[in-house]
Design a protein around this ligand. Sequence first.
Ligand code: ATR
Length: 512
Amino acid sequence: MNSPLICMTLTGKTLEEDKQLVNRYFKYIDLVELRVDYLREEEQLYARKFPAMVHLPSILTIRRDVDGGLFSGSEFSRTCLFSRALAFADQDKAKNFAYVDFEDDFHIPSLQDAAMAFGVKIIRSLHSMKEPIYNLKDRCMEMRKTGYEIPKIAFQPKKLSDVANLFREGSQMTELEHIFCAMGPEGLPSRILAAYTNSYLTYTSPDELISNTNGIGHTDPITLSNLYNFRSITRKTRLFGITGWPLYKISGPEIHNSGFKKAGIDAVYIPIRSQLVSEALSFAEQIGIEGLSITNPHKESVMYYLNEQTPEVIQIGACNTAIYKNKKWYGYNTNAYGFKRALEEFLGPIKIKRKKVAIIGAGGAAKAVAYILKQMGARVCIFNRSLNHAKQLAERYGFEYCSLEPECAPILDEYSNLIVQTTSVGGSRETKNDNQNQPEQNDPIYFYNFRGNEILFDILYRPAITPVMKRASLAGCRVSNGYKMLEYQAYAQFKLFTGQDFEEGSEEINFN
Ligand code: ATR
């Protein structure tokens, strides 16, 4: 089978708008899909002109609302639109549509005959917006009435096992041309790894119009090419990934995929969104993923499924890296290493042995921080919204604990040689522009007045300067965000994944 093509779906309101987008993305795509249902009504009549405007093979699609499109007219008017767009074929084939998308239940013999006569390939599509579809090979055989059509099946998975099934069936279909995609964020692996499912093409959308299609899980062609190295993915490419929920704004793909590229390793790292870590692990086993980054909220629950784990994972009570080898899952924690290296670099010659240190928060990240601060000999007090969580973590290390309230300001003052902020408060998802008057929503220690000689380490890195960092800086404190911690934990993960050191230094990662 040939390598999968990159198709860009065009959902602009005018042909001209779509043409501009094609020009912008030209070098990243192999073909385009003109979604006539998104065009203004008067523009729909001139769809015929589009292939000659863009000089790229074009798919003609008029998607009905029941199949996730915008076309709500009658089937008669849709048939008329198809006829207009396919009629008066040019001698020069490049000026005609190269493909037309007819749904599985749309059989108009005259249109099919016209398409075949003009050499327009038919994509026979089946969409299921709510349910997964099984027995994909049989369905394809049923859909492929003439032998001339490329069957396309797109469905909304209910669970990752539905996506795994698509991989299993697609990987066995090496002879029969087909297009497979699982929709939504859970379906993203099927779009990035189209080579693994032997899919004829993968659909993308231009960034400018991504909101029209990101519900069904499109990414833009530049991300697909540059971030995931789509064009070099083959069935031999080694697979790694990250799992969590909801898995917004992750940095792992940028770090790891750039690391693979620099080291010349044929591997790709992809997001695997899952509410249950058990499903992510079995998905990984089924499609051949060798290693996973584990992020919120699975760092603790993943421990139930590990066959072996390092003493550090057991002591910390959290695992952020899982390697699958010889049918066993091995768990590691690289957050602790990342924090230690970043903190030591930040502190320089300053030692925190016997110094009084505050940890703000008692979640998964705080667990790794507490483990390292204990190792470093600090005297720690854990401040947390839920006192119970603070107590549990503090008791493991013989630390003090306290709730996160204005009344605790004097105790925080006492433990303020170093303040390590580990909650998600002040992170870009929590930082809202409209609550300038409610600092407590963006600053977990809003009640604390910095004197200027405290050292603040915020493990967040997006935004690069969190509200509490800004406030501390203004008071004269030394501050650091968690960017280096993120990098260092990823480098350690990279070593576990590949056995090779990450080539440090030259990556430019955009966190905004
Ligand atoms: P992580 O693994 O990144 O640490 P987590 O385990 O969900 O994520 O932990 C989040 C931490 O942020 C917890 O300490 C949580 O406090 P609770 O234990 O009381 O839940 C803290 N946190 C989250 N939202 C907060 C808020 N709005 N105010 C104060 N603390 C908050």
